[in-house]
Design a protein around this ligand. Structure first.
Ligand code: NAD
Length: 387
């Protein structure tokens, strides 16, 4: 028989904030117990969260192995939008909800960061800065620099963040093209970009901006053949996820002059997910690349929002309310329905409410198909519904 007097436990599997004060106030304020850890591996997650009622994770992998070891977990909340650290299908099979934070928590920050990397790389800001500090006061340090106005940024994806980049680019006199196989061409055109194929994007972009989610389809989407297709004057910007680009191929492209430069907010090995990371990636030895530590999302305001939202999601689920941003509620409800009406008294109202939330996991608009589901761009669907 269920023990209704047991105090439920939330485990924060990992975090890189100075403290967990925001989460503690929300979780303990709701009468729940909070435990924290700094998991770097799935085995760490199993060790600290096996008997947790809820898990919040930032970078720690909560894969099929960890999920199969959980004894009573009801919800796994991601501090962020992408849920690629969680095996959502495995969670769905176990009836465990996965939640994310709708993407507008950091949309402006990431768009600003993408434009900053683009402008910084195009104007050689880091190179100038390094030179002036050692007494080299010459505009020639940056040669060659080309006029930005009139050039063509190519956006890989035209989701919420890419659209925010597009709006900013217009102010710099740029002509934006975009490739997004899951968005109708007319919708891309309505929002200010010329729709193109991936091949046209690679051929025409002066600045190729990667803003697609990391999926099986986009993993290593940018490798040697794609980089060889690009203009020798092109600059590659990645404010999405490191593994979308093959770093080995990118190193060759940058050191052999297939492309001119790059601005990366993540690298292939995703250092934040590594227990003992050192900057051995040869990209760090090149002066035509700017690298930031997956910081595009960061602002004080964005961090507060994401922490508050993730903690509030687990409280909602553990106190029997529907979460506001479930990733797999419909799939769980459907599989339960297919398996027969054997929902527990606790589960039934929660899953029913989640399944009835308007538009969840449905295409954002008529005619829009879905990307292969590794990461569900739920936030994007919301945005399109609003817009
Ligand atoms: N660096 C950071 O700090 C940071 C912060 C937030 C998000 N992100 C990354 O940015 C990504 C996009 O975020 P968003 O809020 O714009 O998401 P979104 O859900 O609004 O849009 C994603 C878009 O990608 C498109 N897409 C899917 N597969 C594609 C493919 N193979 N080729 C081209 N387009 C494809 C989808 O159709 C959708 O329009 C996230 O998945 C995340 O990985 C990075």
């Amino acid at each position: 028989m269920a023990d209704h007097t047991r105090q439920k436990t939330v485990v924060i599997a990992d975090y890189d904030y100075d403290d967990v004060g925001i989460e503690r106030a929300i979780i303990e304020g709701a009468g729940l117990r909070l435990a924290t850890a700094q998991c770097k591996t799935e085995d760490d997650v199993i060790a600290v969260a096996r008997d947790a009622d809820a898990i919040i994770a930032q970078y720690a992998t909560v894969g099929a192995k960890a999920i199969s070891a959980l004894t009573r977990c009801e919800v796994i909340a991601r501090y962020g939008t992408g849920t690629d650290i969680v095996d959502v299908d495995a969670a769905t099979r176990r009836g465990i909800l996965v939640t994310n934070v709708p993407n507008d928590w950091c949309e402006n920050e990431v768009a600003d960061h993408a434009m900053t990397l683009l402008l910084g790389a195009a104007r050689k800001i880091c190179k100038y800065d390094q030179a002036t500090r050692v007494g080299i006061w010459r505009w020639q340090t940056g040669e060659p620099i080309h006029r930005i106005s009139g050039r063509t940024p190519g956006l890989l994806s035209f989701g919420a963040i890419a659209q925010a980049i597009c709006r900013r680019a217009a102010g710099f006199g740029l002509r934006v093209i975009a490739s997004d196989p899951y968005m109708p061409a007319a919708d891309i055109a309505d929002r200010g970009a010329a729709p193109v194929s991936l091949e046209e994007l690679l051929d025409q972009a002066d600045y190729l901006v990667i803003q697609a989610p990391l999926t099986k389809e986009t993993h290593h989407l940018i490798g040697e053949p794609e980089l060889r297709r690009m203009k020798p004057t092109a600059i590659l910007i990645n404010t999405a996820r490191g593994p979308i680009i093959s770093d080995q191929a990118l190193y060759k492209a940058l050191s052999e002059g297939w492309i001119a430069g790059a601005g990366l907010d993540d690298i292939e090995e995703e250092p934040a997910k590594r227990p003992d990371w050192t900057p051995a990636n040869p990209l760090f030895g090149l002066d035509n690349v700017i690298i930031t530590p997956h910081a595009a999302y960061y602002s004080e305001e964005a961090i507060h929002t994401v922490r508050d939202f993730a903690a509030s999601e687990v409280v909602r689920v553990l106190t029997g309310q529907p979460p506001l941003s479930p990733v797999n509620a419909v799939q769980i409800a459907n599989s339960r329905r297919a398996a027969g009406p054997r929902l527990t008294a606790n589960e039934e109202p929660r899953l029913r409410l989640q399944a009835e939330l308007p538009g969840l996991s449905r295409p954002g608009r008529s005619g829009r198909s879905s990307p292969p589901r590794e990461v569900i761009p739920l936030g994007g669907c919301r945005r399109h519904r609003r817009g």
